[in-house]
Each structure stands twice: as C-alpha cells, then as structure tokens.
Write a protein that binds this ligand. Structure first.
Ligand SMILES: [Zn+2]
Length: 65
C-alpha cells in the first residue's frame, strides 16, 4: 500500500463546494461548469488531500469541565 492515505473529501451540493473532512478545506465551484473540468478539479483536490493532515480542532480544545 502507498504510504499516503485516501482522501476524505465530500461534495456538498447545498453550497456547491467540495470539502475535505480531514483538514476542513473547502473548494467552492461555480455552476454551470463543464463536467470534464469539474471532474479534473475534484480529482486534483482529492490528490492534494490524500496528503493533508488532520486539522486539530482548536475550538474543541478549550477545557470546559
Ligand atoms: Zn484535507
């Protein structure tokens, strides 16, 4: 297996964006867009996010107990 992990990206149709659930990056897109370009864009985004690092949720870090 390759050392890199799988991209954890999702398409959010309500905001017209692709989101990385691991690091929280968002890639907005404007429709209409040629499908071939959209696919290439999502593939590129996925490729980047195969290597991204999980974002530390600093909001959750506050001690509230
Ligand atoms: Zn990411």
């Amino acid at each position: 297996m390759a050392p890199r992990h799988e991209a954890d990206t999702v398409v959010n149709p309500s905001t017209n964006s692709v989101e990385c659930r691991r690091c929280g990056a968002v890639l907005p897109f404007i429709l209409p867009m040629p499908v071939s370009i959209w696919v290439a864009m999502v593939k590129a985004f996925n490729k980047i996010h195969e290597l991204c690092e999980e974002k530390r949720d600093e909001k959750e870090h506050t001690e509230h107990e």
